[in-house]
Structure formats: C-alpha cells, structure tokens
Design a protein around this ligand. Structure first.
Ligand SMILES: [Zn+2]
Length: 218
C-alpha cells in the first residue's frame, strides 16, 4: 500500500457502528492478511474525552468550548485528527463517528487528501434504534450486558440502563439535526460513499465494502 486507507464510519448513536468496525477488522485480518498493527480504530468522541481528561493544551480549549454540553468545535476536532492520522503508522484507519457536522464535512476533504478514503453510512431509522435499546440493560455490579429489563444478573447485581441509553433520545435528536445534513453533504460532494440499510449485517457490510475498495488494500 502506498497510501493509508482511511475509512469513515457514520450512523446514528447506538446504530451498531462498533459492530461494523469490528467486522471490518476481522475481515481485514482473516481475508486480507492484515495484522493488529496494520489497523487502528479511532473513536473521535473517545479521543476528545481523553484530551480533556489529560488536560492537554487542546483538551483545555475543548473543555472551555463544550461547557454547555455542546459539540466540540469543528476546527479543533479537525486539528486534532489531522495530527493523529499523520502520527499513526497503521495502514488502515477506521474513524468512528466522523465527520458528524456540515462544518466537519467541509474540512474532511482537506483532512483525507493525502490518503485514500471512503465513507460507510448505515441508515438506521430512529424508531428501530429506540426499539433495540428499549430493553437493553447492564449489571450495576459486574457490567455484563443483558437483553432484559427485569430480573437480576447471575452475579446478583441489579440491572440498570446504560448511561448512554438514558440520554439516547437527546443524542438521536442531535443526530437528526446535525449529522443527517452532513451525511447528505458528504454523498452529494462525490466522496467515495457507501450507503447501507439499517438492517444490513455488520459482516455483510464489511465483505461488500472491502471488496469494492480492494484496490486501496494492495
Ligand atoms: Zn453482574
């Protein structure tokens, strides 16, 4: 590979982006012979939280801008990502949850101009997501995931809603307002864009997508 391959994964919160990412990694390793070191999966949200936690110069700036619970400013996120993409030595970079605003889309082209890139979008209806997580609980004690809203864990712990799920309606509303227009923009701009139904399986997406982008994996 003469250039890194940057895969951007976008979709609604709780729409299973993590599952698509792990399906991509599995297939890259088993079918295309990549190693762990060849692939890096980057959660942009986790990166922002890390910067803030470590109080880096950027983290301090981000925290000040996000005080009101808003999104991190586009220019700062892009600055952070630009450095990261450059620094990481892996051949395949999976960006989870980026770009997610129209402002970030405008910077996205500049960000990936040095690399080969593609966008995966899974279009999951909001109703379906709410239905899926309705009965999802975790054990308060051991953290084990459960597909039931009542009862107790095998360890005796109480089943509670995940913190993320509690604020899911708000996050979905933000997604509809901020990210949906960004997706349309990305598609219209003529990016290497792949659209999948909300019901598409992670493994199927990984297989089809990587086959269509095989030239970037050689
Ligand atoms: Zn438990």
């Amino acid at each position: 590979m003469d250039k890194k391959f940057v895969i951007s994964l976008i979709g609604a919160p709780a729409s299973g982006k993590g599952y698509i990412a792990s399906s991509l990694i599995k297939r890259l390793k088993e079918y295309y012979g990549f190693t762990d070191a060849d692939i890096t999966s980057i959660s942009v949200g986790a990166m922002i939280r890390q910067e803030i936690k470590e109080k880096t110069p950027l983290g301090v700036k981000l925290a000040a801008n996000m005080k009101e619970g808003g999104l991190a400013p586009d220019s700062m996120v892009n600055e952070m990502l630009s450095d990261t993409l450059e620094k990481i030595k892996s051949k395949v970079l999976i960006l989870d949850g980026y770009p997610r605003t129209v402002g970030q889309v405008k910077e996205f082209d500049k960000l990936v101009v040095k690399y080969n890139s593609a966008v995966i979008f899974r279009d999951t209806p909001v109703d379906l997501i709410l239905e899926r997580v309705k009965n999802r609980r975790i054990c308060e004690k051991c953290g084990m995931a459960h597909e039931a809203s009542d009862g107790v864990c095998s360890c005796g712990g109480r089943l509670i809603k995940r913190k993320d799920d509690e604020v899911l309606p708000e996050r979905l509303a933000e997604y509809e307002e901020m990210t949906k227009p960004a997706v349309i923009e990305l598609k219209n701009e003529g990016n290497n864009f792949f659209w999948y139904e909300g019901t598409a399986e992670g493994e199927d997406i990984a297989r089809e997508f990587l086959k269509a982008n095989e030239k970037y994996l050689k």
